[in-house]
Design a protein around this ligand. Structure first.
Ligand SMILES: [Zn+2]
Length: 299
């Protein structure tokens, strides 16, 4: 046994100490092996990735009801996964997901109700439902506090050397970024983006917006309906439970807004949306990187 252990040890050591062959050295890491998560990087990794592309990705999530079929962290999971794909394609570093966010708030009978608790009660037709506290939602912060969180986060990211910030996820959080991008650009000298095509720093990509509207090829453009369910089926099939929705198509799923996920959601549709938007965002961010390089050479 002792001899066997020694032999094993020798074999392991010789394997470890053997110099890498030229073929091994030239092997680049597979895209999914490239470290893109901020929390996983050493300062050496960080410096290298920042020098390659000074882009910070901020996935804005929630802990929020997303129908009976999707997990409560769906917003952060979708934006985080899409941003990791984007960072592997374009470069940059992905921050941990935020789980606090703003939303509409109303007090009824002394009870605070947020976002989807009340939103659909104001809609007409089949989606109409009484205002109610939906199970699991626990994310709401006032708009002013969210603004401070974002403002300080962007200030810190600019200080760390990032020149481009991509913040995307939960609808009201993304809308907050669209409302304030100019303020942050002026204050901190960074370029701020979301992943929605109809408002890339105040511009509208008409073709992409039409494809998002007509074909569902967007990133997080409904609430737990065909788009978000498709993205979750693509990225996290094991966390999606379509069987927990009623088979009765006349019964609309509670607090789901958009096209019926039971009919229109699929992993393939999620993949189509991701591939289309990865390509579009790659172009957007490449232009941003070019303008950062041009600005640097002026100085
Ligand atoms: Zn969502």
């Amino acid at each position: 046994m002792y001899k066997f252990t020694l032999l094993l040890l020798a074999a392991i050591l010789s394997g470890c100490l053997r110099p890498a062959s030229e073929a091994e050295k030239s092997k680049l890491p597979e895209p999914e092996q490239v470290l893109v998560e901020y929390t996983h990087l050493t300062p050496t990794d960080f410096r290298a990735r920042l020098a390659e592309a000074p882009i910070a990705y901020l996935p804005m999530g929630t802990l929020e009801w997303h129908g009976e079929h999707l997990p409560l962290g769906s917003d952060g999971l979708q934006s985080f996964s899409f941003m990791k794909d984007l960072a592997r394609k374009v470069g940059g570093i992905v921050l941990p997901m935020l789980y606090l966010g703003p939303d509409m708030m109303r007090i009824e009978d002394g009870k605070e109700l947020y976002g989807m608790d009340v939103w659909l009660s104001e809609e007409k037709g089949k989606m109409q439902m009484p205002a109610q506290q939906l199970d699991g939602s626990s994310y709401w912060v006032p708009e002013e506090l969210f603004h401070q969180i974002m403002d300080h986060s962007i200030k810190q990211l600019a200080r760390a050397g990032f020149k481009i910030i991509v913040a995307h996820g939960h609808g009201p959080s993304t809308n907050h970024v669209i409302k304030h991008w100019q303020e942050w650009e002026q204050k901190y000298g960074v370029l701020v983006y979301t992943c929605w095509s109809w408002n890339v720093r105040g511009e509208n990509d008409v073709e992409a917006s039409e494809r998002a509207g007509q074909e569902g090829l967007g990133i997080m453009i409904d609430h737990a309906a065909s788009n978000e369910s498709s993205l979750m089926l693509y990225y996290y099939p094991e966390l999606v439970h379509m069987e927990q929705l009623s088979d009765d198509s006349a019964q609309w799923p509670l607090a789901v807004a958009g096209k019926d996920p039971r009919i229109y959601a699929s992993a393939e549709q999620g993949q189509r949306a991701v591939e289309y938007q990865l390509e579009r965002m790659e172009q957007v961010l490449q232009q941003a990187l070019d303008s950062v390089i041009a600005k640097n050479s002026e100085n």
